[in-house]
Design a protein around this ligand. Structure first.
Ligand code: BGC
Length: 949
């Protein structure tokens, strides 16, 4: 051990050459410019050949100074802008490397700060890391006003075109464009798109917050006349949404922007949106998120987005009266193109349009959210129409009923003879197949869009269908994380249903780095929370805004509103960052306060009897009334109350007030006891009842084993048929595992008869279905008909994909530990099945890559575990009496085998583990594990029980 330096710190003169800091990052996506400068927190990973853990860290920072010329008197290139001195923060004796508040205070508005970190191990200090540069939001608009015009442009009609010429005498050293809109916009500078993004500023709770993008346009500006050109369309602001109609947030489209130029001599120029901008119309004849985009290319004003265009026929912009306090910097990635999927083009398929025009079928190998980019040959004046659908029927015709009233048609009228590249904007579709009517299609590419989340994990097993299901879930997340977490991307809905988000939050955080995305959406959830603490059923909450739905449906619903605490807790567990908990503490308190008030209001100790969505879409519920699930909605409502109160207790203990934690826990206990006394017998009769009783803490711990046995028996009796809806599905396999019924969990997971997860895969699904039986075994398509007459049949709903959380935790065996979150302690708890043969998973954690891979070798299980630097792994291995666990180190002749406990803790590094006579889940039997089952050192099945894990 190195002799400690001053104040217990390692001596700064001592170097650890074998360790280096990598992946220094903040909580903001690396490519986001203009983030809040007052709450930046740093995380880093390290790689080491000498040490396993950090003992201290030090941060240094440097601000961009005022712009200054370089030695030769030329303007500095951006990023090198008159940099100030490095300031060194104090070395800190702390092993924390996650969400560290750096020294230096807030980054001044509009300025950039670079950070570097070095750490000490037991062997000394590392070199400084590569710098991380974070540029702060410049603050509210000072020169820019919200502008619009063309009074009376109907919703769904033409898009607004706005332009302004800007004369630049000398190239600035730094140029930033800050921009937002009422409606969605595309911005061009000198004819080139600014920012490779779509549908900006995205959908937020517009009455409270509208997001501002900051773009670095230094390289795009030219000396002389520059042109800012912006197209603004209805989007979510003014277009139709759900069943509420349109124009909910306001009647006028608007644009607000500021171009700020900074020169080498310190001079600053600001060009804002004002009445000097010109507004006109172009070829976009109509556009809508649901219905599609229609353009007559002959009407596009030639050269309007370039200098020299005569805009004298256009009108001056009108300044709109909009509270400027609504505009705030974005904190998550915008919607971008995330994949391009080549389409298979075939001529002569049926179109169903009856138009007689030539029809070309485009089939994608993947159901996506986005649109088609087509290369077509056609004649001037010819109309090309593109119709989208998720599925085709046996006869090959597009099935459009699942879209309900969403037309999902893009149309182009060509302006010249010959080849064209056609691509819509201001819209998106959820589709896998399209009919192109008219023209000759030369090539087609599916452009997949999403909120540009970085994939975080990988999974592979011995079953190709399970791997494909995992891939389908990833796609459903990509396809539905489009600015907000939508239920589905195709029909006239695409809303932020909180219940779907609640079901999927844990899986979402494992599959992609979703932290910033959730944080932004949770701000909308908080903004939309009702004064009495009720949380809305959709966020952003436009349904109540439009008065289209009764309050009892649209707020405070069990399993939906509970997203308030479930989502931030999932983010915390997966990332270790407390920020989401802190930011949602008030919201969570108010939500549980609301529930407590509802309890008190009846004087019975129970919640009022009222509508609940319940265990929505359980396969036995009437297909046209999915809320009439087998498990009582009243039980479910109380179970979720218990869970929200328990979660609030946990959140209070991490970031709040211990006394309030105790109060929340007491509420949970009290309601749990009453709920269990009233609904015990009922709950024991359904998969959801048993699963919620165990996983949400309704049944007393002492009864968990009994409830688990009952659940196991239900699963065996139904041969692994899934019998859960949106509320039960995330919890049923965890409940089985927790109570030692892995065999039954596998029986459900690996079943491929309907209803099951893998049945969809067998039917060729490439995303997750909304209904378990969306396509029946005979190939017929569910009519999806609801009691009110509308169709509910999406092929891209992520909620049932929630099972993937369990697959990571217990098929591969890789999970974060809620007591030491963010994978600082990995929980390695695979529950291997011979039927799988092998499984592996990795997660790119803040500490580095964590992975587990296992395979079967006779009666033994072999595992490779990779624990990143500064993390550790807690084993929870599947053993029976007589098992022996060894950790193997060294190679060839020098192999060293050391016996360890099945619950040993391993430090950072790569470990090979052998479990001799391991416990395997026997999928075919589905009843126990052939011996006394031990989990976490405790017997949970096949012997004397202690009440669950
Ligand atoms: C949505 C669901 C949602 C549900 C609530 C449906 O129309 O697609 O995913 O949670 O309504 O009832």
């Amino acid at each position: 051990m190195t002799p400690p330096g001053s104040r217990g710190l390692p001596d700064v003169q001592r170097r650890d050459e074998g360790t280096r800091v990598v992946a220094l990052h903040s909580q903001y996506p690396a490519d986001l410019v203009g983030v809040p400068g007052d709450d930046v927190r740093l995380s880093w990973a390290a790689e080491s050949t000498t040490a396993t853990a950090q003992v201290a860290y030090q941060v240094r920072w440097r601000d961009d100074g005022e712009p200054a010329p370089n030695d030769r008197g030329e303007p500095c290139p951006d990023g090198d802008l008159g940099e100030g001195e490095w300031h060194d923060g104090e070395p800190v004796l702390d092993d924390r490397s996650l969400a560290v508040v750096p020294p230096g205070g807030a980054i001044p508005p509009g300025r950039a700060r670079s950070f570097r970190v070095r750490i000490a191990t037991a062997h000394g200090w590392t070199a400084w890391s590569a710098p991380l540069r974070v540029e702060a939001y410049a603050g509210g608009f000072t020169a820019g006003r919200v502008i619009g015009s063309h009074d009376g442009v109907p919703i769904g009609g033409p898009a607004l075109y706005l332009r302004r010429e800007v004369h630049v005498d000398r190239r600035p050293v730094r140029a930033r464009l800050r921009i937002s809109s009422l409606g969605v916009h595309d911005v061009l500078l000198n004819g080139e798109r600014v920012g490779a993004e779509h549908l900006s500023p995205g959908w937020t709770s517009y009455e409270h917050r509208i997001l501002v993008a900051t773009h670095d346009v230094t390289a795009q500006l030219e000396r002389g006349t520059n042109v800012l050109a912006v197209v603004v369309g209805d989007g979510w602001y003014r277009g139709r949404l759900g069943w509420t109609g349109s124009g909910l947030y306001g009647a006028d489209l608007g644009l607000v922007a500021e171009l700020v130029l900074e020169h080498a001599d310190g001079a600053r120029e600001v060009v804002g949106t004002d009445s000097s901008w010109r507004v006109g119309l172009g070829g976009v004849q109509c556009h809508s998120l649901y219905d599609g985009y229609e353009v007559d290319l002959r009407d596009e004003p030639d050269g309007w987005n370039r200098a020299g265009f005569d805009d004298s026929g256009w009108a001056p912009a009108r300044v709109l009266d909009v509270p400027m306090s609504r505009f705030e910097p974005r904190i998550a990635s915008p919607v971008r193109t995330v994949a391009e999927v080549p389409g298979v083009v075939s001529v002569g398929s049926p179109s169903g349009t009856g138009s007689g025009a030539a029809v070309t079928r485009v089939d994608l190998p993947q159901n996506i959210t986005g649109w088609l980019r087509l290369r077509v040959r056609g004649r001037a004046g010819e109309r090309i129409e593109v119709r989208h659908a998720e599925i085709v029927d046996d006869a090959g015709a597009l099935r459009l009923e699942p879209l309900r009233t969403a037309r999902a048609v893009d149309a182009y009228t060509l302006d010249h003879d010959g080849e064209h590249v056609l691509e819509p904007r201001l819209t998106y579709h959820g589709f896998q197949h399209a009919d192109v009517v008219g023209g000759e299609v030369l090539a087609a590419v599916g452009v997949a869009i999403s909120s540009a989340l970085t994939p975080r994990s990988e999974l592979a097993t011995g079953r190709a269908d399970l791997d494909r299901f995992h891939e389908n879930v990833r796609w459903s997340q990509r396809d539905n994380f489009t600015s907000l977490p939508t239920d589905c991307p195709q029909r006239d809905e695409r809303l932020g249903w909180t219940g779907d988000a609640r079901a999927f939050a844990a899986t979402a955080s494992t599959l992609f780095d979703s932290t910033a995305f959730w944080r932004s959406w949770l701000r909308d959830l908080a903004a939309d929370q009702r004064p009495d603490g009720a949380v809305t059923t959709v966020v952003p909450n436009h349904l109540l805004l439009g008065g289209a739905a009764p309050e009892t449906y649209m707020q405070g619903r069990a399993g939906w509103a509970d997203a308030t605490l479930v989502v931030p807790w999932a983010v915390y567990e997966s990332t270790g960052d407390e920020q989401a908990l802190r930011e949602q503490l008030t919201t969570g308190r108010a939500w549980v306060g609301y529930l407590a008030d509802r309890l008190a209001s009846t004087g019975t100790g129970f919640l009022p009897e009222e509508f609940q969505y319940g265990d929505w879409l359980d396969p036995a519920a009437p297909p046209d009334e999915p809320h009439l699930a087998t498990t009582s909605s009243a039980f479910v409502a109380h179970a979720f109350l218990v869970w929200s109160a328990r979660l609030l207790g946990r959140v209070e203990r991490v970031v709040g007030d211990v006394a309030l934690a105790v109060a929340a826990e007491a509420l949970a206990e009290e309601v749990a006891a009453r709920t269990w006394a009233r609904w015990r017998d009922h709950a024991l009769g359904t998969q959801t009842g048993c699963a919620l009783a165990i996983e949400l803490g309704v049944a007393p711990e002492a009864e968990h084993a009994v409830v688990g046995d009952r659940l196991g028996a239900l699963v065996r009796a139904s041969d692994g048929r899934i019998a859960t809806g949106f509320l039960g599905t995330p919890h049923v396999l965890p409940a089985l595992t927790r109570t030692g019924h892995d065999a039954e969990a596998y029986r459900m997971l690996l079943r491929d008869e309907p209803p099951s997860w893998l049945y969809q895969v067998r039917q060729g699904a490439t995303t997750v279905w909304e209904r378990w039986d969306a396509i029946r075994p005979d190939g017929s398509i569910h009519d999806g008909r609801m009691a009110q007459g509308d169709v509910m049949l999406s092929f891209n709903h992520y909620a049932y994909g929630a099972v993937i959380d369990w697959v990571y935790r217990h098929v591969a065996g890789l999970a974060p530990d809620p007591a030491d979150p963010g994978y600082r302690t990995l929980v390695v708890a695979p529950r291997p099945a011979r039927a799988l043969g092998r499984a592996s998973a990795s997660v790119l954690t803040s500490f580095g890559r964590a992975s587990v891979a296992w395979w079967v070798d006779g009666d033994d299980l072999l595992l490779d575990v990779e624990v990143p630097f500064n993390a550790r792994a807690r084993l929870d291995l599947a053993v029976v009496e007589g098992s022996r666990v060894e950790v193997v180190s060294g190679r060839g002749g020098a192999v060293d085998r050391r016996a360890i406990g099945p619950d040993a803790v391993l430090p950072a590094g790569a470990h090979r583990i052998v479990v001799r006579r391991a416990r395997f889940a026997d999928v075919s039997v589905g009843g126990g594990a052939g011996g006394r089952v031990v989990s976490g050192g405790r017997v949970v099945s096949g012997g004397a029980r202690d009440g669950g894990a």
